[in-house]
Ligand binder design. Structure first.
Ligand code: APR
Ligand code: PHB
Length: 390
């Protein structure tokens, strides 16, 4: 097989790039390890920044998000039983975010790829990039007994944190920065009306909690749990009881509980791999960087990579201008690290750290007191949460 861009990974990063390139007449193939059903069964984050929403429109995939997504002008931070509102609209100079699930985004992207008859190959096994530092790179994969070779100009590694692309770059070339947090998030999706129209990030001595939502009838809640905890340790009743403990009394009193539709534990990790380019292999999204979910940056950081890569490839193919590709890694990483900083800051400010000392608690308290009393601090939070410019 021959194509211009071979994309490894059919998650939101790979699909969005595929769709944008196709609309510009740039031929590409997406190789996805799993079935579509498997990819669409993953429940992940749901806060979309403005720039990403615009990119979805440009990809002709934004219609349902526009219709069903909810525009949020702010959220709450609860501390010591009191709710404080963060007015994103006011402090970001009129910006907002859209609450719309990543699963829905992925579904919309798959539908768009189908509509345009885009090449998305599922259940591609043993995907391997080859000859990345030459002008003739290629990717091989296996479908049953058949091994297929895809010759291309560029390979994009959009295959997530556990993918093959990053691992194909020699260790001598790649530097990995990692910070693992000593806790995870236990998440529950439930068909119940959300306890609040806007998200509530709650700091509590028993551990952090988050009230989020997907729609007026679908709630998403999280509680911080020790790393050793297993999902089986947590009955629905135990989850709801713990969540209530960690919310202000007035909020806990109006929480509607119900059976969980999905329940899972995710560890919290910060990770960046540098550089994001090795010859003609370009990394994007979770393949190159991970953030703890506290600042809702994960998916949005992936989208900014795609924005840079898409524009760089269009410049290359339409105007023979390779400068965007040359500068991709540095440009993407500059924004990636800002998302890392913000996610680390939100995580550190709001979680209970095992082994922390009284001094740490005082600093957390002061961080929040400063935030709630300073328009400058609020503006800093707001501009990061709605997404820094691309
Ligand atoms: N070969 C082919 N596909 C692979 C391989 C492989 N060796 N390894 C992984 N994949 C596929 C996965 O099955 C998955 O569908 O690559 C895809 C990667 O998708 P994601 O993990 O969703 O990563 P990405 O598309 O970068 O999405 C950004 O932002 O909010 C965060 O973690 C969240 O997934 C989200 C991410
Ligand atoms: C979610 O709805 O899943 C969600 C929202 C905000 C976050 C993290 C997760 O910061």
């Amino acid at each position: 097989m021959k194509t211009q861009v071979c994309i490894i990974g059919g998650g939101p990063s790979g699909l969005l790039l595929s769709q944008l390139l196709h609309l510009q007449g740039i031929d590409n193939v997406v190789l996805e390890k799993h079935s579509r059903e498997y990819v669409l069964a993953r429940i992940r984050a749901g806060v979309i920044e403005h720039g990403f929403a615009k990119l979805m429109q440009e990809a002709q995939c934004g219609e349902r998000m526009q219709r069903e997504g909810q525009v949020h002008e702010g959220f709450f931070i609860a501390n010591a039983g009191v709710l404080h509102r963060v007015d994103l609209h006011k402090y970001s100079g009129g910006n907002t975010v859209i609450v719309y699930g990543q699963t829905e985004i992925t579904r919309d992207l798959y539908e768009a790829r189908d509509r345009m008859k885009g090449a998305v190959i599922h259940n591609a096994e043993d995907v391997r990039p080859h000859e990345m530092t030459t002008a003739t790179p290629y990717v091989t994969y296996r479908l049953g007994d058949e091994v297929v070779r895809v010759d291309c100009d560029f390979i994009v590694g959009a295959d997530g944190f556990h993918g093959v692309s990053r691992k194909s770059i020699p260790k001598t070339v790649l530097t990995e920065y990692e910070k693992v947090y000593p806790f995870g998030w236990l998440g529950v999706l439930s068909r119940t009306p959300p306890v609040s129209e806007e998200l509530i990030y709650s700091r509590h001595e028993r551990g952090f909690a988050l009230c989020s939502l997907r729609s007026p009838v679908l709630s998403r809640y999280y509680v911080q749990v020790p790393l050793a905890d297993k999902v089986e340790d947590w009955s629905d009743d135990a989850f709801w009881a713990e969540l209530k403990h960690r919310l202000p009394a007035e909020v806990a009193a109006r929480l509607v509980t119900g059976p969980s539709i999905e329940k899972s534990i995710a560890p919290l990790r910060s990770f960046v791999a540098e550089p994001m380019r090795y010859g003609n292999l370009f990394l994007a999204g979770d393949a190159a960087h991970i953030v703890p979910p506290t600042g809702a940056r994960g998916l949005n950081s992936a989208a900014s990579d795609i924005y840079y890569l898409y524009h760089a490839m269009v410049a290359y193919y339409k105007r023979s201008d390779a400068s965007g590709l040359e500068g991709y890694s540095a440009k993407a990483l500059a924004r990636v690290w800002k998302a890392q900083r913000f996610s680390w800051w939100m995580t550190t400010m709001l979680h209970t750290f095992p082994g922390s000392i009284e001094y740490d608690h005082k600093l957390q308290e002061t961080e929040l007191a400063y935030l709630f009393s300073s328009a400058a601090a609020m503006s800093s939070l707001a501009e990061n949460y709605v997404g820094l410019p691309f």
